[in-house]
Design a protein around this ligand. Structure first.
Ligand code: GLA
Length: 383
């Protein structure tokens, strides 16, 4: 049964009625442009065909009642008395979005509904952004405000930063809000302007889940951010986005060695991401693949956010004749890689790469071909 039908069926069972709305918001995979978003730079993700789903109906009393099928759990809150959670739990994303919307002046009505999703949690495919955007879309359905993708993006990012205390950039929320079917989205993380690009003809995107998860991501992430900010301060600019590669090469001696490596990654990655757009515009799969390979090496050696499992799965993928290029994707240290492959060969590539990776590492991977999907949307509205 599709997830749409599952949440619909569970809603009927719980509330003895048809839902008034069904909404969904997708997870994402980033093709290129990693650890650039919080440097005001460029990212190139696509919204994937895995999403968070909510079937819901409005409530008259400014309360929210949510049933999670995946957590087998139920929570209820008053929208005018939200409590910041002591630790991040699934309902913290709901209260966070409600809090953040209200902070920005949106007048919210309540809703009750059933939530489920198929973005694997903690794998680096942004299951949290998907849940946040789905919650925002649910509030939009029952309240009286305009849906603006950039405003919803900033609102959901604020929920994550200031309610849940997770210091993420803008990419995950933006692509979940603004994804376009069959297109990757180049996002300028300073202006939030976007441009779409189709994948080169005859190619497919494969997600390679290493089957490993790392708990230390948060502290390493914050440390990288601080190093990038230190480099920008040293160069006297607002963010590393403002330094191009030639300027960096002239001035890199001004930075101490570790900060220099971090800055080199961000600045070269921004250049690669803009080049990737040209590659996509020209349908040049070879060039796009080469840029992805270079991105991985930069993340591994200069930014130091890869892991042995990520390196192993990327090496297995790149060794396959059907692969144009593969790299780690997301924050790093575990989770997923992404590969651009010949579309016809994608299933066979996935089988071969899974077997080779398993033999090399003993980990149990999950590989799947993905399709670029639409961002947050109302899939069904009664009447
Ligand atoms: C995480 C963050 C994003 C981004 C990536 C790295 O997914 O949530 O904002 O910084 O890491 O590119």
């Amino acid at each position: 049964m599709s997830l749409a039908n599952q949440v619909k069926q569970a809603f009927r069972n719980a509330f003895n009625e048809e839902p008034a709305f069904i909404v969904r918001a997708p997870g994402r995979v980033n093709l290129i442009g990693e650890h650039t978003d919080y440097n005001d730079g460029f990212v190139f993700p696509l919204a994937i065909d895995r999403a968070a789903w909510i079937a819901l109906r409005p409530r008259a009393d400014k309360r929210l009642l949510a049933l999670s099928l995946d957590m087998q759990d139920q929570r209820e809150f008053a929208l005018d008395d939200l409590r910041r959670p002591a630790e991040v739990d699934w309902d913290g994303y709901l209260t966070g979005v409600a809090w953040s919307l209200q902070e920005r002046g949106y007048a919210l009505n309540g809703w009750e509904g059933v939530i489920s999703g198929d973005v694997p949690i903690g794998s680096g495919l942004s299951s949290s952004a998907a849940l946040e955007l789905a919650a925002a879309r649910a509030f939009y359905c029952v309240s009286d405000f305009e849906w603006d993708a950039a405003a919803m993006t900033l609102t959901c990012q604020r929920a994550e930063n200031d309610w849940l205390g997770v210091n993420c950039g803008i990419m995950d929320q933006m692509i979940s809000a603004a994804g376009v079917e069959d297109r990757a989205l180049l996002i300028d993380c300073r202006s939030l302007e976007t441009a779409t690009a189709p994948l080169p003809a005859g190619t497919a995107v494969v997600i390679l889940d290493t089957g490993t998860r790392r708990g230390l991501v948060d502290s390493a992430y914050n440390e990288r951010r601080a190093q990038c900010e230190a480099a920008a301060r040293r160069f006297g600019v607002k963010a590393l986005r403002d330094i191009d590669l030639p300027t960096f090469l002239e001035r890199e001696h001004e930075l101490e060695p570790l900060v220099r490596k971090r800055a080199r990654h961000v600045i070269s990655e921004n250049a690669r991401t803009l080049k990737a757009r040209q590659a996509m515009d020209r349908g040049d799969a070879d060039l796009l693949g080469q840029l992805m390979i270079a991105s991985h090496l930069s993340l591994r050696d200069d930014f130091e956010v890869s892991s042995p499992a990520l390196d192993a799965i990327v090496d297995c993928a790149n060794a396959d004749a059907a692969c144009y290029g593969a790299r780690m994707t997301g924050a790093g240290f575990g989770g997923c890689a992404v590969a651009l492959v010949e579309a016809d060969e994608a299933p066979a590539f996935s089988e071969r790469t899974a077997a080779n990776y398993q033999a090399a590492t003993g980990h149990d991977p999950a590989l799947y071909v993905t399709k670029a999907s639409r961002g947050a949307e109302t899939v069904y509205a009664a009447g």
